[in-house]
Design a protein around this ligand. Structure first.
Ligand SMILES: Cc1cc2nc3c(=O)[nH]c(=O)nc-3n(C[C@H](O)[C@H](O)[C@H](O)COP(=O)(O)OP(=O)(O)OC[C@H]3O[C@@H](n4cnc5c(N)ncnc54)[C@H](O)[C@@H]3O)c2cc1C
Length: 416
């Protein structure tokens, strides 16, 4: 069975792996000159079922309103003449009730937990190196009231299987000495014991090597997919900048590129980009740097140590397909870095970029068939794609090889 996996991010490459393992003859098609250079290369690095909360929540509409008034908020919107933003936005607002937020969070949590188990198996089987840190993740709170509210909120995840510890400032500092000198600035943290971190780009590079060398996967770089061509309920070919390509099956895993390509076959995907800012700094040789990944829940900056580098990311901005950034966009990140980790890294040597999360209005990704019987969707992983990739890849590969997925697909297929 010949299969084209469209997209060489973490979602595409993990899908290629499971399909090749199941006997498919796989080609990955990627427009860049290397794999995993988009959202996969820039994320906060946290593998975080403990952060499965749906963004569409009862708090979100107020935040969006504040952002429209020009206030600095974690979720921002920049209105423009883009009809897709408005249709997507209305669907997002519809998901902002307490009941839907809870349901969507639990769908995501279940998938994240499953994905983590699949990833652990894959990493052990292939002995993959990706600068992993497996000491949990810290969700950090600045004052006692915020910590108390955080504990209440996190209880939902604890009730559904996440092992958590509530730590005071001194306990946080015992777990990660980077907090020793700044204990006075935090009230404490919730540690999700099972969360971890690692470098998504390195993971993709090493997994792609296994795919190519042990499983015969072909990787076609520099090939931009421009359209799908088909009749009725079958895709016949994909048009690319390197000419048309044909296969028996196709997997759409183009991240934020998925909706425009899907549209060429008449498939409408509710995916819109949420821009984030990502920075990476070299660690100081004898500096005091974080050893546990985490998120500052007030300033909404996430961090993780990736080998000899420190990654910090922040912000969700609904501003269309815009990869631009200015130094000002990193003020929040640098303020946090200098506040909590002043001695960790050389903050004059940062690598900065903006990148786009492929967000669905409700949060869970879109998996499986749409209206074509040989076009499989694996897209819309939003802010959790590094965490979910292995699980969604396994599910889609199972569907394509007529195996029953281990996870119930409720809430994970194409939603209208
Ligand atoms: C700031 C930020 C922080 C994040 N932090 C975390 C985190 O801590 N934990 C977590 O789990 N997730 C996190 N994420 C989310 C995660 O990075 C994404 O969900 C995940 O990378 C999506 O993977 P993907 O393979 O679908 O997309 P991508 O990594 O973007 O890959 C898509 C690929 O398709 C290619 N492509 C697109 N269009 C075309 C085309 N037309 N033709 C050919 N190729 C094309 C692209 O070049 C790219 O290589 C974060 C994201 C951001 C932006």
């Amino acid at each position: 069975m010949k299969t084209l996996v469209l997209g060489g991010g973490v979602v595409g490459v993990t899908t290629a792996y499971f399909l090749a393992k199941a006997g498919h003859e796989v080609t990955v098609v990627e427009e860049k000159d290397a794999l995993g250079l988009e959202a996969t290369a820039s994320n906060a690095g946290i593998i975080a079922p403990g952060h499965s909360f749906a963004w569409a929540s009862p708090r979100a509409p107020r935040m969006l309103l504040q952002s429209l008034r020009g206030e600095e908020t974690a979720i921002r919107v920049r209105l423009g003449p883009d009809l897709r933003l408005y249709t997507w936005g209305l669907r997002f607002l519809r998901e902002c009730t307490a009941e839907r937020a809870r349901r969507n969070t639990l769908v995501k949590l279940r998938l994240c937990q499953y994905s983590q188990a699949v990833m652990n198996e894959l990493v052990a089987a292939e002995r993959l190196q990706y600068d992993a840190i497996t000491k949990g993740a810290l969700y950090l709170y600045r004052d006692a009231a915020e910590l108390e509210a955080g504990v209440k909120k996190m209880a939902l995840l604890a009730e559904h299987g996440q092992k958590q510890e509530i730590l005071g400032a001194a306990e946080v500092a015992r777990l990660d000495p980077v907090f020793e000198p700044v204990q006075g600035k935090i009230a404490g943290a919730i540690r999700d014991v099972g969360d971890s971190s690692g470098d998504g780009r390195l993971f993709v590079e090493n997994l792609a090597r296994v795919c190519r060398e042990a499983l015969g996967v072909t990787v076609r770089l520099g090939a931009r997919v421009t359209a799908l061509r088909g009749e009725d309920d079958r895709i016949e070919s994909v048009l690319t900048s390197q000419g048309p390509l044909t296969a028996d099956n196709y997997v759409l895993a183009l991240g934020v590129g998925s909706p425009s390509v899907a549209r060429t076959a008449g498939v409408s995907l509710p995916i819109y980009p949420a821009k984030g800012y990502s920075s990476t700094f070299p660690l100081k040789p004898r500096g005091l740097a974080p050893t546990v990944p985490g998120v500052d829940e007030r300033w909404l900056v996430g961090w993780s140590r990736l080998g000899d580098r420190l990654r910090l990311t922040s912000t969700a901005e609904f501003a269309g397909y815009d990869w631009g950034w200015t130094p000002r966009d990193f003020n929040n990140i640098l303020r946090l870095a200098r506040d909590l980790f002043p001695d960790a890294a050389d903050y004059d040597q940062g690598q900065y970029r903006a990148c786009l999360r492929p967000m669905t209005p409700d949060g869970p990704p879109i998996l499986g068939l749409g209206r074509h019987r040989n076009l499989f969707l694996n897209c819309g992983h939003g802010h959790m794609g590094w965490t979910m990739a292995c699980g969604t890849a396994r599910i889609v590969a199972d569907l394509m090889t007529s195996r029953m997925p281990e996870l119930d697909l409720a809430g994970l297929t194409l939603r209208r």
